[in-house]
Design a protein around this ligand. Structure first.
Ligand code: ATP
Ligand code: MG
Length: 378
């Protein structure tokens, strides 16, 4: 079981959590992929909404974030699986006063097979075996296990992970009756690769869903919470403005509010300062300047949701960059921007800015350019 510190600012999304669980429990599919760009609330949703809803239904669950140990995700998983299976044994002993024989047997089997010989067997085989053993425990307890793998696209970033990915997939296929999986990712291209690159996919067509964006109810919730907590009323319109500024990322809104309260400044000033601190930390200015004129313009076009390959966009890019821009040139620039994690393809096939901090930066650049033009004109 997960134990998280309470977050009084958490805006619950129970309905969406139940929708996902209903889909998995319905049995038509055993796995789903949940997509959202960076800092949009994926991890918080799975930890604070999805898993608690599943526990409420009497289920068991395991959560992994593959970015916790990028070099060897299999090691993270084997340790967590081992601890979890041991924990199930402890919980069962406490509940009944004695250790349940069936669980005890699978644990003993697990330890005999892998406990003492982990290094020799290798973590890849051990993970697959541990999943099978977890499945046996679940069957004996008539429980459904939910396996959440956060940032799953990491497995598609290196050939080093091919064996592990295949072993994981096979183990999950063999345990589909009692283990359901939710994969999350912040790279749509990466998630799609997970889908196509493998002979038997991690999830099927139609099983990729976007984490819904927060709506007006979220803005109202946060505004009210800020009033209650700080006794300092913020205008709903200002909160909404700042939320939009950072591409509707809850993270930036919270950071901006905190900054405004801490330094006693207006919320908009807080939002700008938070943005600045991040631009510096991420070296965004240097990275932006290193982009070609065409690349910068394409990022701006994507920000303003312009179609990339139309005649008029091409002409506009040509006019701004001062060189004749062909569709091929646009395509090459798009590929480079995708690799550089500036942009990413959304589920509807359109490109979007990959990180909300980049969105805010582009607004900043546009404002600075407009101010410069204005100054020159005077
Ligand atoms: N439901 C929510 N209610 C209030 N705040 C939230 C909510 N979800 C996310 N946040 C805020 O946004 C921050 C980022 O959320 P989270 O880490 O879940 O995003 P993520 O999409 O997993 O980001 P990353 O791509 O960096 O892994 C949280 O630390 C929290 O401050
Ligand atoms: Mg996350």
């Amino acid at each position: 079981m997960l134990s998280l510190l309470p977050d009084p600012w958490h805006f619950p999304r129970k309905e969406f959590a139940n929708q996902i669980l209903a889909s998995l429990n319905g049995g038509l599919v055993n796995s789903l992929a949940l997509f959202a760009p960076r800092r949009m609330g994926k991890t918080q949703f799975v930890l604070r909404d999805l898993l608690p809803a599943h526990f409420k239904n009497g289920g068991d669950a395991l959560y992994f974030n593959l970015w916790e140990n990028k070099a060897s995700p299999e090691n993270v998983m084997i340790e967590a699986l081992r601890a979890h299976i041991e924990g199930l044994k402890g919980a069962s002993a406490k509940k009944s006063g004695k250790v349940s024989t069936s669980i005890d047997l699978v644990i003993v089997k697990f330890q005999a097979e892998y406990g003492h010989d982990l290094a020799a067997k290798g973590p890849v085989e051990a993970v697959a075996a541990a999943i099978r053993i977890w499945a046996e425990v679940l069957r004996s307890k008539k429980q459904i296990g939910l396996l959440v793998i956060d940032e799953v696209q990491h497995l598609a970033t290196s050939d080093k992970f091919t064996n592990f990915t295949a072993a994981l997939r096979t183990a999950l296929e063999g345990s589909a009756d009692c283990i359901k999986a939710v994969f999350t990712g912040s790279s749509q291209a990466g998630l799609t690769r997970m889908f196509y690159d493998t002979k038997a996919a991690f999830y099927g067509p139609g099983s990729q869903i976007s984490l819904p964006r927060f709506g007006d109810d979220f803005i109202e919730f946060i505004t009210q919470k800020a009033d209650e907590t700080y006794k300092r009323p913020f205008a709903v319109a200002d909160v909404a403005h700042v939320f939009e500024l950072h591409n509707q990322s809850p993270y930036f809104l919270r950071q901006s509010l905190n900054f405004a309260v801490l330094k006693g400044v207006a919320l908009k000033t807080g939002a700008r300062q938070v943005g600045m601190e991040l631009y510096i930390e991420l070296g965004l200015q240097e990275k932006w300047v290193a982009l070609s004129n065409i690349e910068q313009t394409i990022v701006q076009c994507i920000y303003s949701k312009d179609q990339l390959y139309t005649e008029s966009t091409r002409e506009r890019i040509s006019a701004i960059t001062g060189e004749r821009v062909t569709a091929r040139k646009i395509q090459l620039a798009v590929e480079k921007l995708e690799k550089g994690e500036w942009i990413d393809k959304a589920l509807d096939g359109r490109y979007e800015i990959a990180d909300p901090v980049v969105t805010a930066y582009i607004v900043e650049v546009a404002n600075a350019n407009a101010a410069l033009k204005h100054k020159k004109a005077l």
